[in-house]
Design a protein around this ligand. Structure first.
Ligand code: ZN
Length: 263
């Protein structure tokens, strides 16, 4: 079964994460297919707006950690840095900068790597049951690879969710400006598509330049430089895990999973 589905209707490209049986956990293969879908939508002149959504109960449970690590004796910090530079940092930044408006539709859990899929989108529509969290401090690392936290939540809220690992609700996320709208779960797809069709009526060059104006303002404020340097800070977490356990995360990962299940 394809891990990513892609269709175009009414000038809207709809990209669906399609691993509902594992809450859309992200394999390398899924991320490569997702990147290809974003690039396809960017290149298609018939596409004016891009919607990113997830099949099933949850938007995404984050990276599928079973998928990504080679044997312990083969893992080096250089390997981790190279792998994460491409699939996490480079992909998320590319999606953020695609010159067409994008909208994420988020339901259920959006955990850690899940944030790296919805934060690069221009707008976020959340179902009432959506919950956003980055609990990777439990794994000994100071947050996911793409540091949207401070920009999306403000400094204090960013620190709180990192320090505690707790999830914020859709309503809280709306209050701090991280999501645009909170809607009943049953209406999530309809509201998102209505919004996408509405935006798709605008002139594509004007949309492109409106997006560029906002993103460029954030970049002038330091977004791009901060995301690059925090990626390297993230790697010191991996370096520490390697030096402590000789292998990243496995024991911490089990603790984190137990904690998430208990929530
Ligand atoms: Zn990492």
């Amino acid at each position: 079964m394809d891990q990513i589905l892609y269709e175009v209707t009414d000038k809207v490209a709809v990209i669906s994460l399609n691993r509902p049986e594992v809450a859309n956990a992200q394999t390398g293969e899924l991320l490569d297919a997702l990147d290809a879908a974003w690039c396809r939508a960017a290149a298609d002149e018939d596409v004016r707006v891009i919607v990113l959504r997830g099949n099933g109960k949850h938007f995404s449970s984050g990276h599928d950690l079973k998928d990504r690590w080679p044997a312990p004796e083969e893992v080096t910090l250089e390997w981790i840095y190279n792998a994460e530079s491409r699939r996490y940092l480079e992909y998320s930044l590319r999606w953020r900068n695609i010159p067409k408006p994008s909208i994420a539709a988020v339901q259920g859990k959006c955990i850690a790597g899940g944030l790296m899929l919805c934060w690069p989108c221009d707008l976020i529509v959340a179902a009432e049951n959506a919950e956003f969290s980055d609990p990777v401090v439990r794994m000994g690392i100071g947050g996911v690879e793409y540091h949207g936290h401070t920009w999306e939540l403000g400094a204090r809220k960013a620190k709180e969710i990192l320090f505690t690992g707790r999830a914020i609700t859709a309503t809280e996320a709306e209050k701090v400006g991280m999501v645009n709208r909170v809607v009943p779960l049953a209406d999530l797809d309809t509201v998102t598509m209505d919004l996408a069709r509405d935006v798709a009526q605008m002139h594509p060059f004007a949309l492109r330049q409106a997006k560029r104006a906002v993103n460029q303002t954030l970049d002038v404020q330091g977004f791009y430089a901060a995301v690059q340097s925090v990626f390297d800070i993230h790697q010191t977490g991996h370096g520490n895990a390697l030096s402590v356990s000789g292998y990243p995360i496995l024991t911490q990962l089990e603790d984190m999973k137990k904690h998430i299940k208990a929530q």
